[in-house]
Design a protein around this ligand. Sequence first.
Ligand code: THU
Length: 134
Amino acid sequence: MDISSFKPLVNNAFTALNNSYSPYSKFKVGACIQTKSNKYFLGTNIENISFGLTVCAERNAIFSAYSNGYKKEDISAIAVVTNDDIITTPCGACRQVLSELLPHNTPIILSNGKESKITYIDELLPDSFKSKNI
Ligand code: THU
């Protein structure tokens, strides 16, 4: 898969990163969901003084897509970006959420602006907890 075709998606994720509310960690994360109809849903990490209430960028992006009426089958890709020295991968909680809400073959593009890679939820969270009812 050609990573350059995901440039608009990655750029939108960096736009989201600029909106990060992260006064405690000072670690900005941006995410963006792309739909098959080429709509983009941005998400960023939003922290709280009650630290456990922080919500990660990936979850905000995918919840936004669903909140606007898009479903699993409408999603074509997700990008997650930081400005860190190393590429950041989604935390465990986000992996569990993505495993339920993304089609299992969705490209997950990770970038720090210098390097990028494509991964998949089955690689990030093999043998995930699932229900046969969904
Ligand atoms: N963070 C994300 O937004 N996504 C992840 O997958 C990893 C962690 C955020 C949460 C917190 O605001 C900051 O990064 C530092 O952990």
